[in-house]
Design a protein. Structure first.
Length: 451
């Protein structure tokens, strides 16, 4: 996956990179990506960079250059670095007022800014004057390099280690641990210091290999970072690699549709007993929890109080669908989508009467989504499409706009080229409980005694 896709950049953005462990490399790689796509890219720094780094850019120009010449350079080279002046081996960054001028005067598609310094160390906490993030910033990318893990927490290996020690009591000189990196990067006074209120935040863990144990450690850091609501996503990878990003961790919310009338069952099927004294619904919620989905919302309808009580007992939220009797599944899905927090990037749509749903299947769907294989992820058993289905937030509005006679598949089928089909080895993705015979058969397939 490319950096632009992982960070979710769009034309008109102002992107500020902060932290340590590959800001300059990442900025240059992102700029070249976008320029290759035909974007007009301006890059600069509000601190300073090494003189040798100017060789990373097709063109470097002084900030005093008039707009007409800068525009011509963008037309010719697509990617231009702007600086204030050169002092010895250092290239000094622009004044903040230049950024405001550039946004009005230059016909660029995006402005990339290195807004922090770290003496080429892999991990940092800011000093009082850092970072220098312009207020126009729309995206902040806090950076750390996995090379910091296991290094001594001191000023030879970590930038401003004293600030981390003072903030959290980490032992001076002790090996840097994965949770420490997450704590610092997500801290409003450290890794997120000076981030404009309106800017979104996407973390970047650099130096992450595509396979192996270190990728797992990076994934742990990402999941811990996402406990801070300001952090929308965390990308993992290596800025120097041809395909820099191996995955992007995001928050996923599960919407469990449990509002049906159960006419053919004669009683609420989601409340029927399943295993170990739990109902079907409680069992499904446990499987979702084991898959480490971030948020779980149960949509209630018929017997709402009883269903909500089960949800609460399993640590899930509940939202009532007042149209459950006439609106069928679509109305329940809409109620679930509307209830999702703004920090949720995708919804896992789970049927409340599919008791053999498995955490490992959910895990495969999540992995496909995090690795960028598709924005809609569907399990497939022997070429047949099943549930649960994962849908990125960008398609929610179209689902919400469907008429009462519509169906979610109308939106999903409209984007066939964006669907990732994940092959699974279980027919559990195809089967649900609609009738007493289904209930008996599903229990038998699950190895349970007859009800």
């Amino acid at each position: 996956m490319k950096l632009a896709m992982a960070f979710g950049v769009t034309r008109g953005e102002v992107v500020s990179l902060v932290g340590a462990g590959g800001k300059s490399t990442t900025l240059a790689a992102l700029g070249h990506e976008l320029a290759a796509q035909g974007w007009r890219v301006v890059a600069t720094t509000t601190t300073r960079v090494g003189l040798a780094q100017l060789d990373w850019f097709p063109r470097a120009m002084n900030s005093a250059t008039e707009a007409r010449r800068l525009s011509a350079a963008l037309t010719e080279d697509r990617f231009v670095f702007i600086y204030d002046h050169i002092a010895g081996e250092k290239v000094m960054g622009v004044d903040l007022s230049w950024v405001s001028w550039a946004l009005d005067a230059l016909d660029a598609d995006i402005l990339l800014i290195e807004a922090d310094g770290a003496r080429r160390l892999p991990f940092k906490a800011p000093h009082s004057h850092e970072p220098v993030i312009v207020p126009e910033t729309t995206l902040v990318v806090p950076v750390a390099h996995l090379a910091a893990l296991g290094q001594p927490l001191d000023d030879d290996h970590v930038y401003n280690a004293a600030a981390m020690i003072a903030r959290y009591g980490f032992p001076e000189g002790a090996p840097v641990k994965s949770p420490w990196v997450a704590q610092v990067l997500r801290d409003p006074t450290l890794g997120l210091k000076n981030v404009p209120e309106s800017a979104r935040v996407v973390g970047w863990l650099n130096g992450v290999p595509a396979t192996g144990y270190l990728r797992g450690r990076a994934r742990l850091i990402a999941r811990l970072m996402l406990r801070e609501p300001r952090v929308y996503a965390v990308a993992l990878g290596d800025a120097a690699a041809p395909e820099p990003v191996c995955e992007v961790q995001r928050r996923v919310g599960a919407i469990v549709l449990a509002g049906g009338l159960s006419r053919r069952m004669g009683e609420p099927k989601v409340l029927l007993p399943w295993a170990e004294g739990r109902s079907i619904l409680a069992h499904i919620l446990e499987q979702i929890r084991l898959a480490k989905v971030d948020e779980i919302t149960v949509v209630t309808g018929h017997h709402a109080d009883q269903v909500a009580a089960v949800a609460a007992g399993c640590g899930a939220a509940a939202v009532h669908n007042p149209d459950y009797a006439t609106g069928e599944m679509l109305s329940s899905l809409k109620a679930g989508l509307r209830a999702q927090p703004a920090s949720i990037a995708a919804a896992l749509i789970v049927l409340g009467d599919q008791p053999r749903v498995q955490p490992r299947v959910i895990g495969k769907l999540l992995a496909a989504y995090f690795e960028g294989r598709g924005e809609i992820v569907v399990p497939s058993y022997q070429m047949r499409r099943g549930h649960p289905i994962l849908v990125d937030r960008r398609y929610w509005q179209e689902i919400l706009a469907l008429p009462p006679e519509g169906a979610p598949r109308d939106v999903i089928n409209a984007y066939a080229d964006r669907i990732a089909y994940v092959e699974v080895d279980t027919d559990s993705v195809l089967r649900d409980v609609d009738t007493p015979d289904d209930y008996r058969d599903e229990r038998q397939r699950a190895g349970l005694s007859p009800a």
